[in-house]
Design a protein around this ligand. Sequence first.
Ligand SMILES: C[S@@+](CC[C@H](N)C(=O)[O-])C[C@H]1O[C@@H](n2cnc3c(N)ncnc32)[C@H](O)[C@@H]1O
Length: 259
Amino acid sequence: MGIISRLKNTSHLSGFRGLVARVLRHTANRIDCVDTNETKRANEFLAWVRFAVPGMLSQGNVDAMEYAIANMPPGKPILEIGSFCGLSTVVLSYLLQKLAKTTPVFSCDKWEFEGQQLGALLGDSPTMTHDAYQAYVRDTFLRTMKTFAANGLPYTIECFSDEFFRRWFENEETVDLFGRAVTLGGTIGFCYIDGNHTYEFAKRDFDNSDRALVSGGFILFDDSADGSKWEVNRLTREIASGHEYELVSRNPNYLFRKK
Ligand SMILES: C[S@@+](CC[C@H](N)C(=O)[O-])C[C@H]1O[C@@H](n2cnc3c(N)ncnc32)[C@H](O)[C@@H]1O
């Protein structure tokens, strides 16, 4: 019996265990719904990871990532812009392993969120602060990676993407978030852009990624689907109407391949 069927099959439990079972059944139903509607095959590993790791990753992105990793030019690193608690970073690491690729993943995030008010309380909580929230997300990222991507840790650089690219193009020698020495720079094979979704930022991320991306490499823009409220959709429609990139898919987010 699979994880989802097992979780659904808990209706006989009562009391506290019954309450827990109801929550699990609810989650299982959601996952089951995602599996049925959006994927062709259930992925038990990702189902378990999604139970434990908060994130904002659609199944369409997972499929697009798998396509990009399977088809990108060999030996080139992957870059992720915006990691939050690490759900998408785990998926990249997992897909590399699954597809027997040994190329490294680089990621950057400063864990400074839109609307964040450091020094202030979180909503109407009398005790919880934005600072504690930020520390929690950053710590969760570290723990997520050490738990679910121990054999394929990303080289995580704690900064926003503009600074990351500046350091990348300067071939900086640095130390990553996990304390490992690493030299930045060179070409990349795939970039997952999931940082600041305003047009201005997404465009700079695109221009910088494009500068580093090899011909035949991929760029996937999160939240770029047609109908998305994010300005990144305008950028992806512009790229699609240009001649430098082939639109591979909209699932529903835009995946491009550099010509
Ligand atoms: C939507 S979340 C990323 C979700 C993650 N990729 C996932 O699927 O679970 C956006 C993240 O981007 C980060 N961020 C925002 N602007 C950024 C930038 N310019 N460069 C890098 N990261 C950025 C935020 O700190 C936040 O953690």
